[in-house]
Design a protein around this ligand. Sequence first.
Ligand code: ZN
Ligand code: ZN
Length: 147
Amino acid sequence: MITGCCLCGSVQYELRGDPINTVMCFCNNCRKSTGSIGMANSWYSKKASATPSFVGAFKITKGAGALRTYKDHATDSGGTVERSFCSNCGSPMIAENRSKFPDAVIVTYGTMELETGKMWKPELEFFCKRKADWLETPVETVKFHEL
Ligand SMILES: [Zn+2]
Ligand SMILES: [Zn+2]
């Protein structure tokens, strides 16, 4: 199990099972929304529940009411991405693309606790044309895993 929380700790979550995809996205909107070189994230299924109390593999265990959602319509890929963040500290936490990937919840790697999420590494990179040229690709490009 992986646990995670935002910077201030208001919003906490748990993840069960393995992610479907682990991604570094360098699109402009992920750069803007994180204020960094891109967004590192893991994709989890909303379908098959890991345990009966979970919605798929993801569960908010504290502070769901503190989440705010920005509907990001101007994406490089087309569809709307709903980006949810802690309204107290601003940490980006989850993203959802309901039209393109209705069964996926995309969880930011930076909010995962290092003790539980330390094995994370990207298997995919998106929008590499916007990637900083000094940044190496540590792994070979792996096929996208369908949901
Ligand atoms: Zn917070
Ligand atoms: Zn992106």
